[in-house]
Design a protein around this ligand. Structure first.
Ligand SMILES: *Cc1c(COP(=O)(O)O)cnc(C)c1O
Length: 377
C-alpha cells in the first residue's frame, strides 16, 4: 500500500496542527477580554499587515469582495463609470464593480500567464473608464509596468485585486501599494487565511484608507455620529487575532510554496505545460496551475488515484450568466480565457506538502497523461 492514500488540494487542518497552541491562546485571550469588534489585536494586525505589504495603511474589512467594493466606492466610482477587469478571475472582481453601480468591462488575459492582457485593456479604455482592476492571478502579479503606464496615460486609477497574492512582488516591490489601493482576501483557503470571512484594504494613501474605514464602519465619526451613509464591513477581533498569529509565518509559508512550485516545474518540464512566470514577477503561488488535454477526465483519473485537484476557473467571467449584460453580443470568437478554461488544472498546493508528495503527484499526473495518450493512439 502506498502511504499516499489521499492528497487534498489544500489542507488547513495540517497547518492548524502546527500552530494550534498559539491560535488557541489568541482565541481564548480575545474571548476572555471581549475584544470582538475593534480592539488591540485588530490595530496590531492592521499595522503589521501594512508593514508586510510595505504600504502606509491597512484597513481590516469583512471580506476580500468588500475590500474591492469599498475601494471603488471610496474612489467615487459609481453609475456611468466603467472599470476594466480580466475575464479569468473569481466572480467577486466583477461583483465589486456592479455593486457600486459601475459597469465592468471584461477583457481577455495573456495566454501564458492568464493575467490581464495589457493590450486588451488598452483597447478597452473609453471616455467613461475610471479604473483598471487588475487581478494578481494564482499569486503572480499582473504586468504592473504596462498597467501603471496605461493608467497614467489614460488618467484612470489602477486598483489591485490582491486576494491571491499576499507577499508577491513585482520588480522587487510588494503588491498592495503599487496601484492606488489593493483589496486582499483572508478567506480560509487563501495564502493568509482567517477562520471565516475577512479581508483588508491596503494603500499608501492615508486619506483613502480613512474614507474606507469611515464607510465600512457605518459612516461614523463618533459612536452615534454618522457623517455619511455607510455600511458594516469590519474585520472582527477573533479573526484579527488569528491572522496576527499566522502573519508571522507568511514569509516562511510563501517561500515553501515557491519551493513546491519549482519542484513541480522541474518534475513536469518538457512533458506538461504550466502557467508561465513573468521574469519581473515573484509569485507566492496561491495555486500551481498546469495545462492538460482532456482536463476533466485527467481530473477524474487523478481523483481515483487519491489526488484532489481544482479548476480556477472553469467558466471565465465573460461567459457567466450573471455578467451577460456587460458582454458584447458577438462573442463567438474564442478568447485566450476560453481556451485556458478547458485546459487548466490546479494541483495540490499548500506549504505542508512534502517533497515526497510533490514527486508522487507529478509522477501520477505524468502516468495518467501517458495512459490517456496511449489509449487515444
Ligand atoms: C477570493 C477572491 C476574492 C474575494 O475574496 P472573499 O474574501 O472571498 O470575498 C476576490 N478576488 C479574487 C481574485 C479572489 O480569489
Amino acid at each position: 500500500m502506498s502511504r499516499h492514500t489521499s492528497i487534498p488540494l489544500v489542507d488547513l487542518g495540517s497547518q492548524y496542527a502546527l500552530i494550534k497552541h498559539e491560535i488557541d491562546q489568541a482565541i481564548a485571550h480575545t474571548i476572555a477580554n471581549s475584544e470582538f469588534i475593534g480592539g488591540p489585536a485588530l490595530a496590531r494586525f492592521e499595522q503589521k499587515f501594512a508593514e508586510f505589504c510595505h504600504a502606509r495603511a491597512a484597513v481590516g474589512v469583512g471580506s476580500g469582495t468588500d475590500a474591492l467594493e469599498l475601494i471603488l466606492e471610496a474612489l467615487g466610482i459609481g453609475p456611468g463609470d466603467e472599470v476594466i477587469i480580466p475575464s479569468m478571475t473569481f466572480a467577486a472582481t466583477g461583483e465589486a464593480v456592479v455593486r457600486v453601480g459601475a459597469t465592468p468591462v471584461i477583457v481577455d488575459v495573456s495566454e501564458r500567464t492568464l493575467n490581464i492582457d495589457p493590450q486588451a485593456a488598452t483597447l478597452a479604455v473609453s471616455k467613461s473608464t475610471k479604473a483598471i482592476l487588475a487581478v494578481h492571478l494564482y499569486g503572480q502579479p499582473a504586468d504592473l509596468d504596462a498597467l501603471s503606464d496605461l493608467a497614467k496615460a489614460a488618467g484612470v486609477e489602477l486598483v489591485e485585486d490582491a486576494a491571491q497574492a499576499h507577499g508577491a512582488s513585482w520588480n522587487g516591490q510588494r503588491v498592495g501599494a503599487i496601484g492606488r489601493a489593493a483589496g486582499f482576501s483572508f478567506y480560509p483557503g487563501k495564502n493568509l487565511g482567517a477562520y471565516g470571512d475577512a479581508g483588508a484594504v491596503v494603500t499608501n494613501d492615508q486619506e483613502l484608507a480613512d474614507r474606507v474605514r469611515l464607510v465600512a464602519n457605518h459612516g461614523r465619526t463618533a459612536k452615534y455620529s454618522h457623517e455619511v451613509v455607510g455600511r458594516n464591513s469590519r474585520l472582527d477581533g477573533l479573526q484579527a487575532a488569528i491572522l496576527e498569529v499566522k502573519l508571522a509565518y507568511m514569509d516562511r509559508w510563501n517561500m515553501r510554496r515557491r519551493e513546491i512550485a519549482e519542484r513541480y516545474a522541474s518534475r513536469l518540464k518538457g512533458s506538461v505545460e504550466f502557467v508561465a512566470q513573468d521574469a519581473r514577477a515573484d509569485s507566492v503561488y496561491h495555486l500551481f496551475v498546469a495545462f492538460v488535454p482532456d482536463r476533466d477526465r485527467v481530473r477524474d483519473d487523478l481523483a481515483e488515484r487519491g489526488i484532489s485537484t481544482g479548476v480556477h476557473y472553469p467558466i471565465p467571467l465573460h461567459r457567466q450568466p450573471a455578467f451577460a449584460e456587460y458582454v458584447a453580443k458577438d462573442q463567438d470568437k474564442k478568447w485566450a480565457a476560453d481556451t485556458a478554461a478547458e485546459r487548466i488544472l490546479s494541483l495540490p498546493m499548500f506549504p505542508e506538502l512534502s517533497n515526497d508528495d510533490i514527486d508522487h503527484i507529478a509522477e501520477e499526473l505524468l502516468d495518467v497523461l501517458q495512459a490517456r495518450s496511449r489509449r487515444s493512439e
